[in-house]
Design a protein around this ligand. Structure first.
Ligand code: NAD
Length: 491
């Protein structure tokens, strides 16, 4: 039976609309390679309309009392939760990820983030600073204005809500550009926000190509800030473009996370965490463990049981509740991941498992969970971001060597440490130049904690109170409370 193609418009000023040009594009389901959605494609003129709508909405939205904003954000969270099965299915259709991850991580995490920021909306407090007897200064926290939010395809809902929730709490209005591959779920969420009572124009969603819709948004003079998540290469471009109008920017970029396992680690737990760290979300995860650093004392003890567990990962139809590993996002990405695997072999890595499409899958961009052992720390697979289910295993001898390898990258997003020695764990956590570290666990980023990269992994933070600050400007108001101001000119 032919698949029914769903239709999606742009979401501007509370309504779904066609693009001015009428241009659309087709998205396929990566697990079946069949088209499933036709999506309106925003051009420069559509971005103009969306930014105007957001600018108009800002006047009223920025003045809505925090208590009312909180109630509304709560209602949005409830509405998304009520509709989670529908949105989870859309998310799985457009990403190829297992339905259980769509439901619990994308929707569950999105709802949790909204709930966290309902609390934050009541704490947009400045300070009062006593400068001298006659002078008092108060600081005000003011919303930035219209913000552009540009997101990638790997967690299209979770990462959008990491941006939308604090922006709403702060009183900003939003024009969000989803990734080309994954606009459908977030368009459904925008509709649900509107149904929950979000005023028209506060959240606009404009699917389109990065170099057209994304670029126009970053260039737009009425956009105060760009919150970007994506590759380091595009992040540099965004930073350059945003410089033209001195926009505020926050950048969440690529990663090459190391996970350092010392000789005294609890092997069973480490294996559990390494599976999740390496293969969760098909390895299409900026914090994925792509470099598993194993101390020489446990190298041979760790790998056989690890590979046994890797072989048991259930890969298949993402809509099946039992599936643990789905398909990659696109053919282009599949080919890219495959070429990294081949490069890894050429450069001396040993394939312990995986390396291509599983024999049981006839269609779809499924790539097996893959482990390359004996990888040289300076080889391509150990240095470049692969963004797929390939774990490179690197042996090491000393703590100093492990830290040196961990830091020998332009990235600095996340990392993990496994040891029973608390002093060593803290020493290494401090020595690794990355923004988010796990000790004796791996993976899971919660809204309470600030998250963001060091080095070329980004600028600024998302989540936590620092994530909210990214949508606020601090204004100092100096108040003279004496009788007569001191004379400067004596005549
Ligand atoms: P990408 O950089 O290709 O695209 C990201 C977004 O930028 C998309 O919406 C795209 O359309 C848009 N874009 C492209 N060109 C643009 C331009 N010239 N101006 C404005 N916008 C433009 O990244 P991707 O392939 O979608 O996602 C994978 C990358 O994202 C990986 O590098 C991954 O590490 C990174 N990522 C980082 C985090 C994090 O939190 N640090 C989280 C998820 C993904």
């Amino acid at each position: 039976m032919p698949v029914k193609i769903r239709k999606y418009g742009l979401f501007i000023d509370g309504k779904e609309t066609d693009s001015v040009s009428g241009k659309t594009y087709i998205r396929e389901n990566p697990a079946t390679e069949e088209p499933f959605a036709e999506i309106a494609e925003a051009q420069k003129e559509d971005i103009e309309i969306a930014v105007k709508a957001a600018g108009k909405a800002f006047e009223a939205w920025s003045k809505v009392p925090a208590a009312e904003r909180i109630k509304l954000i709560h209602r949005i969270a409830e509405n998304i939760d009520r509709n989670k099965e529908t949105i989870a299915l859309t998310n799985t259709l457009e990403t190829g990820k297992p339905i259980r991850e769509s439901r619990s991580v994308e929707i569950g995490g999105a709802v949790r983030t909204l709930e966290y920021y309902t609390g934050a909306a009541t704490r947009l407090n400045g300070e009062s600073i006593s400068v001298s007897e006659n002078q008092l200064t108060v600081t005000l926290k003011e919303p930035l204005g219209v913000v552009a939010q540009i997101v990638p395809w790997n967690f299209p809902l979770l990462l959008s809500l990491w941006k939308i929730a604090p922006a709403l709490a702060a009183g900003c209005t939003i024009v969000l550009k989803p990734a080309e591959h994954t606009p459908c779920g977030i368009l459904e969420v925008a509709r649900l926000c509107s149904e929950a009572g979000l005023p028209d124009g506060v959240l606009n969603v404009v699917p389109g190509m990065g170099e057209v819709a994304g670029q126009s948004l970053v260039e737009h003079p009425d956009v105060a800030k760009v919150a970007f998540t994506g590759s380091t290469a595009v992040g540099k471009l965004v930073m350059r473009t945003a410089a033209e109008t001195i926009k505020r920017i926050s950048l969440e970029l690529g990663g090459k996370a190391p996970c350092i396992v010392f000789g005294d680690a609890d092997i069973e737990n480490t294996i559990e965490a390494a599976l999740r760290g390496g293969f969760f979300n098909q390895g299409e995860n900026c914090t994925a463990i792509t470099r598993l650093l194993l101390h020489e004392d446990i190298y041979d003890k760790f790998l056989p049981p690890f590979i046994d567990r890797v072989k048991q990962i259930r890969q298949g139809d993402p809509q099946n509740e039992e599936t643990e590993l789905g398909s990659l996002i696109s053919k282009e990405h599949f080919d890219n991941v495959k070429s990294y695997f081949e490069k890894g072999l050429e450069e001396g890595g040993q394939a312990l498992h995986g390396g291509g499409r599983p024999k049981s899958m006839k269609k779809g961009y499924f790539f097996e969970p893959t482990v390359l052992a004996d990888v040289e720390p300076d080889s391509t697979v150990a240095c470049e971001e692969i963004f797929g289910p390939i774990v490179a295993v690197i042996p090491f001898k000393t703590e100093e060597e492990a830290v040196r390898i961990a830091n020998d990258t332009v990235y600095g997003l996340a990392g993990g440490i496994w040891t029973r020695d608390i002093k060593k764990a803290l020493r290494v956590a401090k020595a690794v130049r990355a923004g988010y570290m796990w000790v004796n666990t791996y993976g899971g980023i919660v809204p309470e904690t600030p998250y963001g990269g060091f080095k070329q992994s980004g600028i600024g933070k998302e989540l936590g109170t620092e994530g909210l600050d990214m949508y606020l400007e601090t204004k100092a108001v100096n108040i003279y409370i004496g009788d007569k101001i001191p004379a400067w000119y004596k005549g």
